[in-house]
Design a protein around this ligand. Sequence first.
Ligand SMILES: [Zn+2]
Length: 264
Amino acid sequence: MRYEGVLTKMRTELLETVQYYLVWDHDFINMNQLLDKKLSINFLRFECLNCGLQKKIFRQGYCYDCFNSIPQAGNWVISPELSKAHLDEEDRDLEFEKRSQLQPHVVYLANSSDVKVGVTRKTQIPTRWIDQGAHEAIEIVEVPNRYLAGITEVALKDHVSDKTNWRKMLTNEVLDLNLQEEREKLKEFIPAEAKDFYLANSKELEIKFPVLQFPKKIKTLNLAKNPFYEGVLKGIKAQYLIFEDGTVFNVRGHEGFVVEMNIF
Ligand SMILES: [Zn+2]
């Protein structure tokens, strides 16, 4: 079977095991069904997810010009504490920023390799945790806007990591921790503005990924450098396809790449 189209991050569904879907223009593939099958990926050209032009992808599926101008790629996306919509202040497009920032946000603890703190819109739970490859996660506070979530994250970062070691995540060198206990330890560091939003009763969520075999050593596939790859799919975790020979392919890292995929 042959598919062709521009890559976007895999859609997910939290069932007993996470289900992954690769979405094409008029079709989609349930990637779980490709486990143990051979597939090939052939990079054809770039296609910016915003302007649709054949321009080199800079970040997040966007060309350089789009990344530096569209509201979806403002600095407050990566650094929520820079959010200003609650002050009625525009970054790139105030209406867009109000819609995105002035809605419930959650600060959470997720364990994908080590425990890290993160921020997401409430509607993105558990999608965000799945995308990070977290095998367990828990909410800390739910606040009414992105700014409050951002300053809470900044305060907690002094006491817990905000990075994932993706190599450990993909080789499954991970520990099961009691995140409720970890959350209790952080409670005192929540800033005063957000203290009332502490979620004392939320429970830890366990997430199971479809992986038949974790690699011992990993090699990353970068289609811009190596435009063709073929291998047997052995697992999917976070936004990575994991192959039998230890190759891992970050689908999200290749948004905006037009590829041909063959399934044998
Ligand atoms: Zn563009």
